[in-house]
Design a binder for this molecule. Structure first.
Ligand code: EPZ
Length: 417
């Protein structure tokens, strides 16, 4: 099994460009299924990450053609003829659930299995299924498969019990070809949903309101093709800013959208990190880490749950006691035990972790349990004295394109072995 070997203690210094957002790319790749064009759809700024390869494999299993080169992905869905996603593919990546809405809209039928829970919690899909039923789908469950069918979906009003990112995206895509108007209340407001709206409208759909809690989708007869550049990845950007801060280094991130990180920048400043923003860049200038009284993860525009683990890594070296509450997922503290192996002082009570800052961390052998926990372990490895070995780094490759090359470019001693 591949692992990262990290020699800690190097200050990171330099400039990095940030690639496209994984959590924009995945729903947008699924949305390509809606197109009745016979031509390629061209997606630019696509990161070469494992999740892109898996979603490509799933689209190909349905009959689509896909080609990837130099961070551009061409998808052709003219020969799409399959609306069943195999159990094996569903288990490989939970985001395959994003295909339910588009496949149902295109074929009037879709068969999937429950996506695997993962190490951050059970990950139910009740809000997805309830919304599809409201749009007129008949949902049946038989021997592990969920079958949704509808001769044609019809517009409706949906009130989401929770602003679920995935459910919001799935239902927008299902509503694009429905007959009539759909309103979605209490929708998620993440920037990736605005990106999906812009992509769908570039195909010829009529979606309004993304970024607010109320969405209006006017169904159209069909949508075509487009060339579209996805937004930069705010979670990768936040992770790299924290890597610079934890090593006391200096890092300029270019080609990003700073306002997507407003809550993250505010919390990092509170933790003693000096940050400078321009219209399309953010720079960590210096850090004198101090504890933050409280940090709650929240739906956007609050502090993102995907940066909770990397931020906790930073706080292990921040003078004083910090309190971190994970409000989004039931079990997103798997990184705590691993951080403690490096001598971090953390106590977990339910959904809250108390972190008491220490003077120094000591390198150790640790396991990545999920994507962002793995990123957090790389961060503490960069700051810990001695050598840290991070195992199970396939989790990290799901969402970071060759993280060791990026960090190596700015002075980190990190090797994939
Ligand atoms: C998306 O997951 C992201 N994934 C996650 O990023 C991110 O952590 C999450 O949104 C929250 O921002 C992608 O976009 C591919 P949710 P998603 O539906 O859609 C509960 C990463 O590291 N819920 O907003 O699954 C759910 O259990 C990944 O890049 C229901 O109860 O998140 C969770 O507690 C991890 N019923 C909460 O809502 C449902 O039907 C938030 O989930 C759906 C969700």
């Amino acid at each position: 099994m591949t692992k990262f070997v990290i020699k800690g203690g190097k200050k990171l210094e330099g400039t990095l460009p940030i690639k496209g957002a994984k959590n924009s790319m995945l729903p947008i790749m699924a949305a390509a299924v809606l197109s009745s064009s016979r031509e390629d759809i061209e997606l630019q700024n696509i990161p070469a990450i494992v999740d892109m390869q898996v979603m490509t494999k799933i689209l190909q299993s349905l009959g689509a053609k896909a080609k990837f080169a130099q961070n551009t992905l061409w998808i052709n869905v003219r020969d799409l003829q399959n609306y069943t996603i195999t159990e094996e593919l569903m288990q490989e990546m939970r985001s395959s659930i994003f295909l339910m809405g588009p496949l149902l809209a295109r074929f009037g039928k879709v068969r999937v299995t429950y996506p695997g829970g993962c190490s951050i919690g059970p990950r139910p899909i009740d809000l997805h299924l309830k919304g599809l039923e409201a749009l007129g789908a008949r949902i049946r469950e038989e021997n592990g498969y969920i079958t949704a069918s509808a001769p044609r979906l019809h517009g409706t009003e949906i009130h989401l019990d929770y602003p679920s990112v995935g459910a919001t995206e799935n239902l927008i895509m299902a509503a694009v070809l429905a007959r009539g108007k759909t309103l979605i209340y209490n929708a998620a407001k993440e920037p990736e949903i605005v990106d999906l709206q812009n992509f769908l409208n570039a195909l010829g759909a009529d979606v309004r309101g993304a970024g607010t809690e109320t969405l209006r989708i006017r169904g159209v007869e069909s949508v075509g093709r487009c060339t579209y550049r996805i937004i930069p990845d705010r979670i990768v950007a936040g992770t790299y800013l924290m890597a610079a801060a934890i090593t006391g280094g200096r890092l300029l991130l270019e080609q990003i959208i700073p306002e997507h990180l407003d809550a993250v920048v505010a919390k990092m400043k509170e933790a003693g990190v000096e940050l400078v923003a321009t219209a399309d860049s953010l720079e960590v200038v210096s850090s004198d880490l101090r504890a933050v009284e409280t940090l709650h993860t929240l739906p956007y525009p609050g502090f993102p749950t995907d940066l909770q683990a990397p931020m906790m890594a930073l706080l292990t070296l921040a003078r004083g006691e910090s309190k971190v509450t994970e409000s989004i997922f039931e079990a997103r503290f798997r990184h705590v035990d691993e951080l403690k192996r490096l001598r971090a002082q953390i106590n977990v009570e339910g959904r809250t972790a108390l972190i008491r800052g220490v003077e120094k961390l000591s390198g150790a052998e640790v396991q990545a349990t999920d994507l962002r926990a793995g990123a957090a372990l790389v961060l503490v490895g960069l700051a810990a004295e001695g050598q840290t070995v991070v195992h199970n780094i396939k989790h990290i490759d799901r969402g970071y394109e060759r993280i060791e090359e990026d960090l190596g470019k700015i002075g980190a001693e990190i090797y994939r072995v």
